[in-house]
Write a protein that binds this ligand. Sequence first.
Ligand code: SF4
Length: 853
Amino acid sequence: MKIILTPTYLQQTFTQTLLKQTKTPYLINTNIISLEVFLSNFFRNEDTNDYELSQCIKEVDVSFFKKMLYFQSFIDEIISFTRLIKSMDVTLEDLPQDSLMNQELYRLVESIYHKPLLQDNYKDYQKSLNHNFQEVEILYPSPTFLQKKIIDFLVEKQATLLELKQYKTPKEKLYHTVNTRYEVECIAQDIIKHDYPLHDVNVIITDTQYQNIIKEVFHRYQLDYSFTILRQKDMGSYHLANLLELYQTRDLTTLLKICMDQTLKASSFLITYLKNYVKDFEDCFKPFMHYQALKLETTLFPYEDLIELEKEAEFSFVCFRRDVLNILNSSSFEDALTASFEYLKKYHPLKRTKQFIEQHLELLNQPDQLIYRLHNHHYHLYEDHSNCICVTDLNHPVDARKMSYVIGLDQNHYPAYKEYSGYFNEEYLAKTPFIDNQQRYQLHMKNLEWIFHSGKTIYYFYPISSYTGKAIELSYHIETRIKKNQEYPIIQNNNSPVSFRYLNKETAKELFFKQEEDKLYLDGSISSFEQYFHCPYKYYLSQGLKLKEKQYLRIDSSIIGTILHYVLEHLTNTYKQKYTKHLEHAFVLVEQCCSDLKQILPKDDYFIPYVQQQINHLLKNVFLFLDAFEQTSKLVPKKAEYTFENVVLKLENANLRLRGKIDRIDYNSSFYRVIDYKSSNLKLSPSLVYAGLQLQLLTYSYILSLKDYRQAFGNYYLALNKKTFEYIPYTYSKDKVQKNTMEYPPSFQKNKVSGFTYVDKKQYEQECSLIATSKYTSMDFEVIKFAIPTIYQYLMDSLLQGEIDVKPVDNACTHCPYKSICRHFQPPEKPNPIFKQAFIISSEEEEEDIYEV
Ligand code: SF4
């Protein structure tokens, strides 16, 4: 029987190579095993486990290291040092005792030194291996000191030494790239560019950080690869640790975590529900019925979506609620372990987890320790790499191939020789007969030599900077080996123009329009049509395909806006122009809204009183201004939150059917005025209106002009925000800072109300006194009346033609949720006027906005 000794990671590939050579389906009379397995045939195989060793160490009476004994990492350091010196024939007497610290270290090592350890086996290996090893072949390309010693001895006893395939004088090139990801991108592009057969390629990494990058990049380029050795998290153990952690903590955060980790097969609905809408852990173990049983005072907040979410969450959780309760109700940690195991075995392979638990039974009395170890339980996976790209690291040499890429050759990662550190550092070891640093360094460098012969052609890579922009230096050893250092010509962006996107006319008609009898209708809100002018493709995705991310009710800035609109609507409808005199009533309404909000969002109830305070404060401030505004005006607020539907604009080829809500319409016998409440100081700009980007206010005014005999007074944005007075506390000049005193009565901020006024300001001086200046006239409104249908006609024609191209303007892309779909990364263009007729008289302040005809 021939015996081949080789490390585990090479065994599969070695077997495949032998099968190819012998052209047989089975290997007969050949045993491929590791050196350790081979030696176990000759040595007694006894070992004291680490738990027992830890207990011995903890019992030592020390003073200097007394507190350190609380730390498992310190105890682990002593155990591994003891194992190391035993394998290297360093005796207890060889250890230094020249200081109190070293004396105590000596006693700690001594406490376990005489326990039976696996490493004792190698002490007398020469006696035990007293055979002839003619039938043994050894391929150990990167041995440790101990392995080398034993291999040399076996070779003396007639064993044959094999070597990896290597190229003596390969062609070498050195490249630098911007960062680590680019190194991998370069390799992928190089393989594709030269069409290298994948089984002819080696990739050698210097750091485990490259593993994930390789997985992502090679997957994207569809390159088949395998790692010689891969450290994998044992997911069975990880999930078991999660359930045991829940048993220990019994809190919502852990429950949510294990749902997100998919320990419990939770749907995304359940995760969203638990994350945002469940307040207490106990609530999870009753059927989810909160929203279905809710009774509110107002109808302000739409929570129908939440009812749907709740039903879906219940549907998901009901599948494993009883299992989770079983675990939680276990009478002991051990029972919880059994219940968790029973649950998990339905979904996950647990062979490795079972073995791990059996080896660590002693940790059942230390639940936290067991959970910690289960969370970090990893295993090694050895893959056959004979038919694909072989990815290995510096310490796992493989046969040379035609092409080899070595990446990460910077000063931190090559040659990556590690000196001993900690309590048993180089200074400590220098006082013992342990192999000296120089010898260890030489062996390390010799073991790395293989990378320089790992391919017929070898490309070396290193990154010149980290992801944070910090400079990275090339390894000195590589710098002295290869003088020419160049940048790899990576293809960074695919600049080929995006093809024009369009729909055929029939599809466009089907998608956007409705046919009713012999008429064609385009339905929508004005803001949805504005979206088309911001970016036709965005409109296609949101209004045509109706791709929308589900947004559930949460506390955000829009909640404040909703409550303010509600309060103003309610007060205006009740008290008309006198509504500003009823601030107390406003507070009552806010109180009602917030109490509803607390019921809808129980998890945020601690936060809602602050929202209430903020709204009340805002209202006080805003009402000061509104009171003054109403007093200056003879126009009376008549309609608040006026909802309209089915307003039809008859256009060529099809009709536009509009719906919307007007915040406020004021009237007197001659005029109407449209006001839109905003939370910021928004400016109405002619250039944006004519480009279709600010259609809302003007469309409202236009619609009213069709029905009302009265004239348009103006249309405005009214800012509902804190700043009311024009008051600057300090003025700064070159050499002095001056404190300003507030004038009384204070002047209000005029830009709180801004927009277009179409009447003669001199004649209506009082009405306009709190409105930002503008120089439009009734003639301008005539132009607008002509412009609005023209703009909608353009929209209609474009949609009927199927024009849905990616053409963002203004700030269309800033918060666009469709970026990952359109993949458009160029900056948006300037707005394009659709209606090519300037206002008759332009305002001074907006002159730059107005385009030339
Ligand atoms: S990200 Fe920009 S280009 Fe892409 S769909 Fe949105 S608005 Fe249009």
